[in-house]
Ligand binder design. Structure first.
Ligand code: PMP
Length: 485
């Protein structure tokens, strides 16, 4: 396979030299991937895996056009953006042409984290205000300023070192299946307003304390939080309130951008809103680190007036920009958005079939384009999250060489966000295997409940003998098998 080390040697060196917080997928039996192409990854023995989760290698792993663009530019020049170069301006122009006209000032960075951190800086300089409103369950990046606003990470920290600062306010995650307001308690058309009213309450509170709103930040659809699709009027209502309070609206398109939803290049367009700042990353370089912040002329002017330059050693370099341009070209040339609609329709129909077939396993199916989630439950009526069953499914699918992941506060949401080269045939392979694993799970549940009945009857099981209930297990919340991806 061309690699220098055996799998066990790689693992041994990793354990020795790589920090223990850098967790692996499938920790108990990690994969060593040595090459990839399109939507397939290959291990050191040449086994292929269908990749249903990598939204970074967006136009397909190692797409030849993208590789070529990077290689050719690397042969000519790579340097910082203090020299005039065509690539940076052409990519900025191209990005601006895909966005609403007000979003026309571009800052290049190297990661989603850098982009979100810069977005908050821009908001602060523009509003001169301090208070930030973010959504519960959000993940916006790994740097200090973003851990501050990412309860996805903050809530799971156990050493008490990093606490949510007082200037950060967390709004309810608009999850209509298992959030504060759910579709079984309220009419569907009221849910957007109900969740938006939570943001209104936060704003009132901020103002009562004689503070001002700096910004509201959210993903256009929440990914790490469990593939959450907001009620259709949620963002427009929130934006109205935030702007009335003098704040700016930041949308994080790091996971959802570049045509993943099929119908639009940017997921926020579905909600009919225009943010003041948008951040993009991950798919932008198809695996190469390139990201950006795009904002309005007014906000850019406020930032410019702060008195210091913005300099980023690698941000906007000719190689990264050549790659960014190539990715956008491939999306157009291969009509990947049209494809995402088509494949997304197939995915929708197959996943809803599974929901019908396994009502006691599949609680909710949600998504569009190539962004899908299955909320796994123990029981459709109680909607109790099936955390361990989701872990079982991820593990079994991997054994069948199909890579899926799970996420959400209970780690019970199966996530699908494959490269955009994913085909209708791939949908069939994925959903047929899900069908078979769900049926295995049904049998497993049946025999487990039989065992509980048997052991209750004979009262031999100590753990179960006190109240007849299995011991309650805390869901695994430390993200061991479900790293952000
Ligand atoms: N925003 C979102 C929504 C993300 O999912 C991530 C990464 N998972 C980031 C920002 C941070 O991006 P990066 O890892 O490139 O810093």
């Amino acid at each position: 396979d061309g690699s220098l080390l055996s799998k066990s040697q790689t693992l041994e060196l990793r354990n020795k030299f790589i920090g223990p917080s850098c967790t692996l997928f499938f920790k108990s039996d990690p994969l060593k991937i040595v090459r990839a192409s399109g939507q397939y990854m290959f291990d050191e023995n040449g086994h292929s895996y269908l990749d249903c989760i990598n939204n970074v290698c967006h136009v397909g792993h190692c797409h030849p056009d993208v590789v070529k663009a990077g290689y050719e530019q690397m042969q000519k020049l790579n340097t910082n953006s203090r020299f005039l170069h065509d690539n940076i301006v052409l990519l900025a122009q191209k990005l601006a042409s895909t966005l609403p006209p007000s979003l026309c000032m571009v800052y290049f960075t190297n990661s989603g984290s850098e982009s979100n951190d810069l977005a908050i800086r821009l908001a602060r300089h523009h509003t001169k205000a301090t208070e930030i409103i973010a959504l519960d369950r959000a993940y916006h990046g790994h740097v200090v300023s973003l851990i501050d606003i990412s309860t996805y990470k903050l809530n799971n920290m156990t050493d008490g070192v990093h606490k949510k600062p007082d200037f950060v306010h967390i709004a309810e995650c608009p999850d209509i299946f298992r959030g504060k307001y759910v579709d079984t308690d309220y009419p569907q058309e009221h849910l957007g307003a109900l969740y938006a009213s939570d943001v209104d309450d936060i704003i009132t509170n901020i103002q009562r304390n004689n503070k001002d709103v700096c910004c509201f930040i959210a993903e256009s659809m929440q990914s790490c939080g469990g593939q959450i699709i907001y009620p259709s009027d949620y963002l427009s209502k929130v934006f109205k309130s935030v702007r009335a309070a003098g704040g700016v609206c930041i949308l994080d398109e790091v996971q959802t951008g570049f045509g993943r939803v099929g119908s639009h290049l940017w997921a926020f367009e579905r909600q009919g809103v225009v943010p003041d700042i948008v951040t993009i990353g991950k798919p932008m370089g198809n695996g190469h680190p390139v990201a950006a912040v795009i904002t309005t002329k007014e906000i850019a002017a406020s930032f410019g007036a702060c008195g210091v330059e913005y300099f980023n050693t690698y941000g906007g370099n000719p190689v990264s920009c050549a790659i960014g341009l190539a990715v956008l070209d491939v999306i157009e040339k291969e009509e990947l958005m049209k494809k995402a609609c088509l494949v997304g329709d197939a995915m929708s129909s197959k996943l809803f079939d599974l929901k019908e077939k396994y009502p006691s396993i599949v609680g909710d199916v949600r998504g569009l384009g190539l962004f899908w989630g299955i909320d796994m439950v123990k029981d459709q009526n109680t909607r109790k999250p099936a955390t361990e069953d989701a872990a079982f499914v991820v593990k079994r699918m991997k054994e069948e060489r199909i890579l899926v992941s799970r996420d959400g506060p209970y780690e019970n949401i199966l996530k699908f966000k494959p490269p955009m080269s994913f085909s209708v045939d791939n949908v069939d392979t994925l959903t047929e295997m899900l069908d078979s694993v769900f049926s295995e799970l049904s049998r497993k549940r049946e025999s487990a409940s039989q065992e509980v009945t048997d052991s209750n009857n004979s009262a031999v099981n100590d753990e179960l003998s006190t109240n007849g209930e299995p011991p309650v297990k805390r869901p695994c919340l430390n993200g061991i098998e479900t790293q952000t991806y």
